[in-house]
Design a protein around this ligand. Structure first.
Ligand code: GAR
Length: 200
């Protein structure tokens, strides 16, 4: 029995693809990509999951719907699928303390900067890279961390630095951080945590 992993997504899903590719190469032997959940019905990540034969689920939050109701439905989906571990891979929603305490040390997130720089509420996607360029840092990177009740505040699992180049735009920098850091770190961290869960 391997650790059953759910990947939560909202967008393009290149990090999901990195997980699918790594699993295909046998690099996640302790984890099984058992489910992909999206909070956005037009996320291309869903298509990637279908192509890879991974079951998908939609969990949409209606305008004005209390977060607790959304999270209760998400918890139902996860427990119906006997999920042991959650990977946030470009999931653009903040999970409450009530939710994260259900999966202690079993939720990880990839963030596109070197935490504690350019992180926390409001720092997601291209905004993170724009902030790094505006600040004028010469080195940025990515971080994979455990998820706790503080946005981007859980224990760091691994980080990788990426250099900023003259002429970088947020889009160019985002792509370099993905290629040189996120797509390498996330599969590795997923395997590490999946293995830990199996050994417990
Ligand atoms: C990635 O860069 C990920 O690190 C970031 O969103 C992008 C999703 O891309 N996540 C955050 O900013 C979370 N705070 P993807 O859908 O192609 O994996």
């Amino acid at each position: 029995m391997r650790t059953r992993v759910a990947v939560l997504v909202s967008g393009g899903g290149t990090n999901l693809q990195a997980l699918i590719d790594a699993a295909g190469r046998g690099e996640i032997p302790h984890g099984e990509l058992a489910l992909v959940v999206s909070n956005n019905e037009s996320a291309y990540a869903l298509e990637r999951a279908r192509k890879a034969g991974i079951p998908t689920a939609l969990c949409l939050r209606a305008k004005g719907e209390p977060r607790a109701d959304f999270e209760a439905r998400l918890l139902d989906i996860l427990s119906q699928n006997r999920i042991d571990m959650i990977v946030l891979a470009g999931f653009m929603a903040i999970l409450s303390a009530d939710f994260v305490c259900r999966y202690p040390d079993r939720i990880i997130n990839v963030h596109p900067s070197l935490i504690p720089s350019f992180c926390g509420e409001g720092f997601y996607g291209l905004r993170v890279h724009r902030a790094a360029l505006d600040y004028g840092v010469k080195v940025t990177g990515a971080t994979v961390h455990y998820v706790n009740e503080i946005p981007d505040g859980g224990r760091i699992i691994c980080q990788k630095a990426v250099e900023i180049q003259p002429g970088d735009t947020p889009e160019i920098l985002q792509r370099r951080v993905m290629e040189q850091a996120e797509w390498i770190l996330l599969p590795r961290a997923t395997e590490m945590v999946a293995r830990k869960i199996m050994e417990n």
